[in-house]
Design a protein around this ligand. Sequence first.
Ligand code: NAD
Length: 247
Amino acid sequence: MGIQRAADLLSAARRGLAFTGAGVSAESGIPTFRGEGGLWTKYDPVKVSSIDSFLADPASYWQVSKERGGIALAAKPNPGHVALAALEARGNLVAVVTQNTDGLHKDAGAKCVIELHGSGRKVQCLECGSLEARRDVQARLDVEMPPRCRACGGPYLKPTVVLFGEPMPSDAIREAYALAEQADVMLVVGSSLVVYPAAEIPLVAVRAGARMIVVNAEPTPFDGFAEVVIHGRSGEVLPEILSLIGA
Ligand code: NAD
């Protein structure tokens, strides 16, 4: 029922917009933060993911980030990412706004991807500003902790992701708000919808008149605003929606 209704809404959409969170990458093997098996059942988020703790002790940050970075770099898009890219290619979505930093939407072929929390594929030196591929930094973590900047030798090499206590990139926020204000269908996938200001985006769309579809493994605080709520795995639900639209 819900899947057919979601397919109907998306096939009639003229400016459909997807908003995704860590759940869409769970089936690629990247642990979420919250929800069953989420990383925050193991770590204190402020200790491991805030700018203050990074600056105080970059080595401890990298000890935790080493494992997660390795998993994210090795991950491949799953059928959920592929279905979203196909919905964009068909014109049912105009863009994907994501909280994820793993790069998997683009790897799946999505063209217009707004990364609200930056990208984990690059690392930047906070002292001299030089950029390096995360893959190259990752490769030397066994022998260098914290990793040092290749240009200036400084110890503050930070992935180009938004840590707690840092502002979101203003261009990404502006673009995401503009897309949300113009959206007629808002497809929310794999997000607990508790991280602000990112979680504002679907609300902006709904306030501007968009009809909302939520696909998530567990209930979210926005389920009450949605026209369709599907509790399931995005790697299964999204390909089903796509195949109904295709049919
Ligand atoms: P979250 O971890 O808070 O919530 C993830 C949600 O996804 C949960 O509600 C969970 O029930 C649901 N979920 C789990 N598996 C699913 C599946 N297979 N299909 C559908 N839903 C599933 O994630 P969030 O809302 O994105 O917010 C947390 C922050 O975590 C974000 O800011 C993001 O930057 C960051 N993060 C990113 C990654 C990544 O890049 N892959 C991974 C972990 C965390």
